[in-house]
Design a binder for this molecule. Structure first.
Ligand code: CAA
Length: 285
């Protein structure tokens, strides 16, 4: 029998985690939203309030649905509150050891048949899975930014993921009104494997002053019909996140396409992380 998923957990309430909480809560699933400390909880709550407030202003959801959505979310800083969750998705920064540590903790708290999922963009799901006592119940569940808007979800199946586990996660993604695909555990899965070489190339074009940021973005937006240009998209993803993804992909594949353009690291060191910090390739109010 497939799982009901009436209660799930999300660990990490950054851009992606908060977006994932919103997706679950909007579809009537109770969510335990966890951060490492109260400050992190407040930041996550702020992301959720801002995004859902915009959806309300734009008429995407009614006041009733807005209230119901927030009513489905409880915030915590304790792993113990994850005990009743049938699925927990971790969405913390792209550091392998951190993700392994979190799944190791969750493994001890949740029920034996609960599913543990990682929203990693590029790290090996298999390596994260083996940090638990039962890698068969670990799967990748990779959402796209902004999670409440974009429909695609990659469900990553390792060589040991149980069939019932990824099938149930796929069915859940469909219930969330997403279009899931099941994919193997290869760096970047499908979308990021195709996307990040292109983004990196755009950054190096900008770095070498071959073209201005506006012209690079206009080329892809107006010339190719992409919803946004590559430098604006880097700012949306976050330069810190983009750096980690490129670095991981480069280390795994050793292709020059993914060797992070030096300016990305420089900008991250200088605090220019994109939208989340108010400035990246562009400046945000
Ligand atoms: N709930 C419901 N709807 C929402 C919403 C929410 N919380 N927030 C926004 N929306 C709706 C808006 O109402 C709007 O709908 P309409 O067009 O019907 O009015 C729509 O979503 C778009 O929102 P905006 O008008 O605010 O913004 P936009 O039109 O400028 O589009 C964008 C912004 C969705 C980001 C679009 O530019 C886009 O799709 N860009 C590409 C993003 C992309 O490529 N993401 C993938 C990044 S890679 C990744 O995520 C993987 C990884 O591992 C890092």
């Amino acid at each position: 029998m497939s799982r009901e998923f009436s209660r799930v957990g999300v660990v990490g309430l950054g851009t992606m985690g908060a977006g994932i909480v919103e997706v679950f809560a909007r579809n009537g699933v109770d969510v335990v939203a966890m951060e490492v400390n109260d400050e992190g909880v407040e930041r996550g709550r702020g992301f959720l309030t801002k995004s859902t407030g915009r959806a309300l202003d734009r008429g995407k959801i009614t006041q009733e649905a807005y209230d119901a959505l927030h009513g489905h979310v409880t915030y915590t800083t304790s792993y113990d509150d994850m005990a009743e969750c049938e699925l927990v998705v971790e969405a913390v920064p792209e550091h392998l050891e951190l993700k392994k540590d979190i799944l190791g903790h969750l493994d001890k708290v949740v029920a034996p048949d609960a599913i543990l999922a990682t929203n990693t963009s590029s790290l090996p799901v298999t390596e994260i899975a083996v940090a638990t006592s039962n890698p068969k119940r670990v799967v990748g569940m990779h959402f796209f930014n902004p999670a409440p808007v974009l429909q695609f979800v990659e469900v990553i199946k390792t060589v040991v993921t149980e069939d019932g586990v990824f099938e149930d996660v796929k069915a859940l993604a469909e219930r969330l009104d997403k279009k899931p695909v099941v994919v193997g555990d290869k760096a970047g899965f499908i979308a990021n494997a195709l996307l990040f070489g292109y983004l990196n190339h755009a950054v190096s074009m900008y770095e070498s002053r071959y073209a201005t940021r506006e012209d690079i973005d206009a080329a892809m937006k107006l010339g190719c019909g992409y919803p946004m240009g590559p430098l604006a998209l880097m700012d949306l993803i976050g330069l810190d996140t983009a750096y980690e993804i490129l670095d991981t992909m480069y280390k795994q594949g050793r292709d020059r396409l993914h060797a992070p353009s030096p300016i990305i690291k420089q900008m991250v060191s200088a605090g220019l992380k994109g939208r989340k910090s108010g400035r990246g390739f562009y400046t945000y109010a």
